[in-house]
Design a protein. Sequence first.
Length: 154
Amino acid sequence: MSGNLFENEKAKIWTADGWFTAHCDGGSRGNPGPSGFGAVVENPEGETVAQLSEYLGKQTNNYAEYKGLLAVLEWSLANQVKRLCVVSDSELMVRQMKGIYKVKNPGLLLLWREAQRLAALLDDFEMRHTLREGNKEADRLANAAMDEGTKRGK
């Protein structure tokens, strides 16, 4: 099963006109618990140009999701990316970034504000929701970061 929660959105071809696409995911084992994020960035031709991941220590799932988004935004700005579409399976984060949901958690509010600030520095920024199956590589990287951080993978 694949798709997104915003089926009524106009479909855009993200690989056209200089759009980079980033898939990001965050997770925690327990909430809070050992957490990490993973992200894959593709250039307009669909080639993977970056794989990002980090173990975050004991955090919530939503914190990890935002840290993945921030990592993608920071990478994009450092690499002169002008147009970015971020794909995430976090309905909460996507809806918060689109202004559909308010951010009530004080800890997430700081991360949301920073994500909004960084996104505004790009010429164009969009977020799209995907179901979990549409974010497999970012999920794999997030789990690898958690494994490495907790030494479960050794």
